[in-house]
Design a protein around this ligand. Structure first.
Ligand code: PLP
Length: 428
């Protein structure tokens, strides 16, 4: 396919925007070439500036779980916009979405809305520190919790793609309070807790890792973390920015039947507008300003357009009792179809999947943590990415990303994708 106009737009963008993009994962650094500029999208399809239609497996990195330009969301935003776009004063819709979120998610009494997943995780950790009076946190190599300083220590996603696990600008003082553990390795976490007795405020984790490809937790791993936290007065933070309102109505907490102390949201909860949120039981949330001493604020937090989009999205997911089952079935179909054609073409691979999150690793060993994820063959991935693009299928331009399945995909789209994988597999 020819990307003349995208290339021209990218050249212009590079002059005034660092790297031509406002978030590094959008660049094609890991796969080569120039990013594709989007003109619009509807349902499962992207329409680019050069006139191609692409089946979208990124879906804005998760939010578009019901497809692009989902009508209830679009209409809700239009209606709200006509009445003013921001007030810096309370509005009823903030309570409406909070009530709905609290009713859908297990083990939370109150929720605070912010503007991004980064803000949600950053604020959740501050709250955990304020609540416990302890400084250190445990995070897992390859997990991404946004770009705030404490988390840019072996973060997944873009931070790994570009080989800058420890970003310049993060001070040693900050880095020393972030302890790194291996995903799916309970013994490793246990040792860290022993060595840092009474110093750890929280363990923050993606209950299903989605930023080093998709890596589900091993059986017993999340329970083990819950037990360790209970035994040592540590708060367990589930970063459900990716998994929240995606794996189930109540996210990974519901799917795995594990209660977290603080839960972070983003992506789906905003229906495609800039929204994040964090939530917990009263005893923890009441520590937050203006009720308690832990400060957290935002001029545009709870913005009416964002809340309208989020509310329409959550309502749609709450009302459709079949949606998560449908998503699971579609993703399973894609998984089985892709594995079949990759095997027929003798392409060494592993597919990880849970619910509507799926990723393909070009290595045959089980992918269970950052080290095993990093073993995938990147040269093969590059070829695969460009091959798929050429067939009209858009996947994330990095081997460290999960594909997000949208309910807007039809079985025809999935068959088209599997046929594309078959074509591309012959060239790998
Ligand atoms: C995307 C993501 C974030 C960051 O959210 P932003 O809205 O990009 O700031 C945090 N945690 C996880 C698990 C994510 O996938």
């Amino acid at each position: 396919m020819i990307y003349k106009r995208s290339s021209a737009l990218f050249t212009e963008a590079e002059k005034v925007i660092p790297g031509g993009v406002n978030s590094p994962v959008r660049a094609f650094k890991a796969v080569g070439g120039t990013p594709i500029f989007v003109k619009g999208a509807k349902g499962a399809y992207l329409y680019d500036e050069d006139g191609h239609r692409l089946i979208d497996y990124i879906n804005s990195w998760g939010p578009m779980i019901l497809g692009h330009a989902f009508e209830p969301v679009v209409n809700a935003v239009i209606d709200k916009a006509k009445k003013g776009t921001s007030f810096g004063m309370p509005t009823e819709i903030e309570t409406k979405i909070a009530e709905l979120a609290v009713s859908m998610v297990p083990n939370i009494d109150k929720i605070r809305f912010v503007n991004s997943g980064t803000e949600a995780c950053m604020s959740a950790v501050r709250l955990a520190r304020g609540y416990t009076g302890k400084d250190k946190i445990i995070k897992f190599a390859g997990c991404y919790h946004g770009h705030s300083d404490s988390f840019l220590i072996q973060a997944g996603s873009g931070a790994v793609t570009f080989g800058t696990p420890n970003s310049p600008g993060v001070t040693e003082g900050t880095a020393k309070d972030t302890l790194l553990a291996r995903y799916n390795d309970l013994e490793n976490v246990s040792q860290l807790i022993e060595v840092n007795k009474n110093e750890i405020a929280c363990i923050i984790i993606e209950p299903v890792a989605g930023n080093m490809g998709c890596i589900p937790p091993k059986e017993g791993f999340l329970e083990g973390l819950r037990n360790l936290c209970d035994a040592h007065n540590i708060l367990l933070i589930f970063d459900e920015v990716m998994t929240g309102f995606r794996l189930a109505k109540g996210g990974a907490q519901e799917l795995y039947n594990i209660k977290a102390d603080i839960v972070c949201f983003g992506k789906v909860i905003g229906g495609g507008l800039p929204v994040g949120a964090f939530a917990a039981r009263n005893e923890i949330m009441n520590h937050l300003a203006p009720l308690g001493p832990v400060y957290q604020a935002g001029t545009l937090s709870g913005n009416p357009l964002a809340m309208a989009a989020g509310l329409a999205m959550l309502k749609a997911l709450n009302d459709d009792v079949e949606v998560f089952r449908r998503l699971d079935e579609k993703t399973t179909y894609l998984h089985e179809g892709m594995s079949k054609v990759l095997n027929e073409n003798r392409v060494v691979h592993t597919v990880n999947r849970i619910g509507s999150m799926i990723s393909v690793h070009f290595d045959d060993a089980a992918v269970v943590d950052f080290d095993t994820a990093a073993k995938g063959n990147n040269e093969t991935f590059k070829k695969f990415f460009h091959g798929m693009l050429n067939e009209g299928v858009y996947i994330a331009p990095s081997a460290f990303e999960t594909w997000f399945i949208t309910d807007a995909l039809t079985y025809e789209d999935l068959d088209f994708t599997i046929a594309a994988v078959n074509q591309v597999a012959k060239t790998l």
